[in-house]
Design a protein around this ligand. Structure first.
Ligand code: NAD
Ligand code: UDX
Length: 386
């Protein structure tokens, strides 16, 4: 750790980071990175700590004096401002961010992504503290190309689908499509953070993650989460594979996504943390434009990879089609395609993603199999016995 320098060759001074939502998927990986590779301190704020338990216990861990867990719900806890004041930098990850909630719990979604983030922005601004705020690629909504006729040659032109931080519009569906409650709340909080920067000098960075995936993402229904819960696609498909049931393709699985390995993405966040002069005032796409697939292709690849890592042959009918209404309920809608433009992050931080989709699925599904296969088997045999 000694002699670490930033991108401009200056020595990196240890800082204290107030990380809100530290117990979630991204937070757990960021805490791991900060503990194992940097001298920084973390005040970890969340309502849950299961995903960072290995970093908090036992007290003999090498970094024990550099991480403190604070079980705080930021909706209603006066200790938040004190923690932000104690830190040099606040990173806000806290949010409801699973699509199954956007149309079924739109009020909770809007409160979580906009109202609950307001005090965080305010405390940072009033106390002259730097803020890294986690937004989402969903703020882009649908691509311009999605509105062209299906056979239009313009659909092949990147100008109609590549998503650029400083040029692309944010295109959401009608209000009755409550899917967009999340994207809209995230967009408004981005605008507020940006305005605090412009009017009051808040030092900020906004991150727009493009489908970061890897170990510890969400939960496996009935094992470490509610049995009726619907997590994001990685956990949905993992659950299906573990139970040897067909993967469900929503509306034909035609939507396209670019997936990035969580460990590549965390490298980008560390560069933002340690290079404030290069990161402040910017909005960054963080994704892997080389890993684009349709959801159907993702299902096929995950089926192949899971077979390889588990040693089990795949089932006869590996996928089935399901309507979005049946799967998510009324008010669901979808982003058609998400390719991040990498110009700004490349120029400011010299960062590029490394891991291919096959490789990231291989390490992630190895983890899923090792962590859950036995528990799923036991849960299924109990159900059959009953
Ligand atoms: N994972 C991705 O690919 C992705 C993509 C786009 C945006 N994001 C954004 O990144 C952030 C983190 O995402 P994640 O994938 O780690 O999700 P996550 O659900 O695993 O983590 C969010 C954490 O915030 C905590 N939290 C929520 N409300 C809270 C509250 N009121 N008080 C205290 N803690 C609270 C949750 O308990 C959870 O541990 C979110 O803002 C999300 O919108 C993630
Ligand atoms: O079992 C499933 C689950 C999901 N899907 C589809 O897979 C695609 C990806 O679904 P995800 O659950 O990963 O969520 P999305 O990519 O739509 O949104 C995510 O994007 C960025 C973040 O802000 C959030 O984490 C989330 O909103 C969608 O088209 C969805 O309809 C299936 O076909 N089957």
């Amino acid at each position: 750790m000694a002699g670490r320098v930033d991108l401009d060759g200056n020595p990196i001074k240890p800082i204290t980071i107030c990380m809100i939502g530290a117990g979630g998927f991204i937070g757990s990986h960021l805490c791991e990175k900060l503990m194992s590779e940097t001298p920084h301190k973390v005040l970890a704020v969340d309502v849950y700590s299961d995903k960072i338990k290995h970093l908090l216990e036992p007290a003999t861990l090498a970094w024990a004096d550099r991480i403190q867990f604070h079980r705080i719900n930021i909706k209603n806890d006066s200790r938040l401002e004190g923690l932000i004041k104690m830190a040099d930098l606040t990173i806000n990850l806290a949010a409801i961010c699973t699509p199954a909630d956007y149309n079924t719990r739109p009020l909770d979604t809007i409160y979580s992504n906009f109202i609950d983030a307001l005090p965080v922005v305010k405390y940072c601004s009033e106390n002259g503290k730097r803020l890294i705020h986690f937004s989402t690629c969903e703020v882009y909504g649908k691509t311009i190309g999605a509105f062209l006729p299906k056979d239009s040659p313009l659909r092949q032109d990147p100008a109609y689908y590549v998503l650029k931080e400083d040029a692309s519009p944010c295109i959401f569906g009608p209000i009755e499509k409550q899917r967009w409650s999340y994207a809209c709340a995230k967009q408004l909080i981005e605008r507020l953070v940006y305005a605090e920067g412009a009017e009051n000098g808040l030092e900020f960075t906004i991150v727009r993650p493009f489908n970061w995936i890897g170990p510890r993402m969400d939960f496996i229904p009935g094992i470490d989460g509610p049995s009726e819960g619907v997590p994001r696609v990685l956990a949905c498909f993992s659950n299906n594979l573990l139970r040897r049931e067909p993967l469900k393709l929503v509306d034909g699985g035609e939507s396209q996504r670019t997936f990035i390995y969580i460990k590549d993405a965390i490298e980008a966040v560390l560069l933002m943390i340690e290079n404030p002069a290069r990161a402040n005032g910017h909005i960054f796409n963080v994704g892997n434009p080389n890993n684009e697939v349709t959801v159907r292709q993702l299902a096929e690849m995950m089926t192949q990879v899971y077979s390889k890592v588990s040693g089990e042959s795949s089932i006869e009918t590996p996928t089935i089609d399901v309507s979005s209404k049946e799967f998510y309920g009324e008010g669901y809608d979808d982003s058609d395609k998400r390719i991040p433009d990498m110009t700004i992050i490349n120029k400011q931080l010299g960062w590029n993603p490394k891991t291919s989709l096959w490789d990231l699925l291989e390490s992630t599904l190895t983890y899923q199999h090792r962590t859950y296969a036995e528990a799923v088997k036991q849960a299924m045999s109990k159900t059959t016995a009953n």
